[in-house]
Structures are given as structure tokens and as C-alpha cells.
Design a binder for this molecule. Sequence first.
Ligand code: DGL
Length: 262
Amino acid sequence: MSTKPIGIFDSGLGGTSIWKEIHSLLPKESTIYLADSKHAPYGERTQEEILQLSIKNTEYLIQRGCKIIVVACNTATTNAIDYLRENYDHPFIGIEPAIKPAALNSKTGVVGVLATRGTLTSSLFTKTSALYAKDRKVMEQFGDGLVPLIENGKINSAEMKELLHKYVDPMVKADIDYLVLGCTHYPYLVPQLKKILPESVTIIDSGYAVAKQTKAVLEKLDLLKLNDTPPKNLFYTNKDVTLLKSLMKDYEDIANFSFLEF
Ligand code: DGL
């Protein structure tokens, strides 16, 4: 058993959607969350830049004594997790677009994937898509501009609505029945997406799967925190603490938020 924290990082605010899934499954665990908002969006950076930023975040979390690292970012996972696993002894949990369940369950044979440019152009995504969705039509859409709007507190803006229409209207026309959200920021867009999409479209993301996998790996390595000492949940951002807090408002009594230069 281990009382050390779970380390979680993202290019910014999106990974808080993963933190919520992890906390709901593992409420006794302490966590350290790193929001690298200063360098968002990762999805429009080169693979080398994404790798260097992922290394920096990982090393900080390891230095803070984290027992496992959750890469709560599809873009960082698809571009950097192989390197991280090869170069650090810690266990890593990554997140990838949930193309497998969408392809398996689709009745219309058409699925939409909304993810960052960095994720959709990665070789890991291309491989996964070829493996699980070869007999499906997969409509891939770069979500350019969505992460910056979320990072600037504009989730409910007219610009957001316009961009979402532009990205998903063609998918609806093509008769998708699954929309895969392949970026951890996008679960915050579900209320708007539901207004745009017909009821026949199921929206899926990988958040719960990541939490389940985190629990399974901690169990297997005998690293779960089994005692009832109150857990500490520390959140660090290198940009706007207020914005981070606003997405975490239901958890303010159990979490601590601070600005950190990194
Ligand atoms: N949350 C990140 C992801 O899941 C967003 C990437 C970005 O910063 O562009 O891909």
C-alpha cells in the first residue's frame, strides 16, 4: 500500500475531467494535478515540443513523490507516452480516443472523432483507428480553436457554438451515431454538443476507462492508499487559478489551488 499521491497532468484545464473520474473511483487517494495552461494548446505544437513539455511535467510530478503518472491529455499520450514509459520507472496511464467502443457499437457504420490536430495526426491514433475501425467510416475532425476558447473561459460563447456547428454538422449529415471526444477538454462541451446533435448520437469519451485502468494498475502493483487519513488534492496552474477553480467548484472543499511557475 502507498499513501503517495497520484500525479496527473494536462496541457491545461481539460484533465480536470479525468481527475473527477479518478476521484470518484478512488476518493481516498491523494492527487497532484498540473495544468500547463501557459503552453496550451499542445495539439497545435510539434511532436518534439509535446514530448519536451510532457517530460517537464512528468519530472515535476516524480520529484513531488507521485507513485503513478496519469497523462490526462490525448495529445501528450499519443505523442509522448512510449518515450515516457521507456525512460522512467514509474507506471504511466495514458488516454486515447475511444474509437474501439464507438466502432464496435455503431449501427450506422459511421463514427465521428473530434480531437486535436496533434492526436489525429499521431501514429498511435492512426494505428488504433486502423485496428478497430477498418470496416467503419471514421470522420476525423481537428478541433482547432476549441481548447484556446476553453482555456480562456469561453465555454458558453457564441464563437464556441459556431465552431462546434462547423465541426459536427457535417458528421450529422453523414449519419454518425457515435461522436468520440478525443480530447480531455471536450467533456466540458457536452451540454453545447447535446443541443446541436440529434438524440440518436451517443457522445463518448475515455474518462471512466482511464480511472478504471488507474485503479487496476495501482491494485496490481499494491500501491492503493488503503487507510482513511484525509487525502490531499493539490492543483497547480501556470496561468489562471480562478478559471481552474471555476471548473472545480464542486470540489473546492477538498482541493487546494495554487499558481506555480513551470
Ligand atoms: N486536453 C488535451 C488533450 O486531451 C488538449 C490538448 C491541447 O492542449 O491541444 O488532447
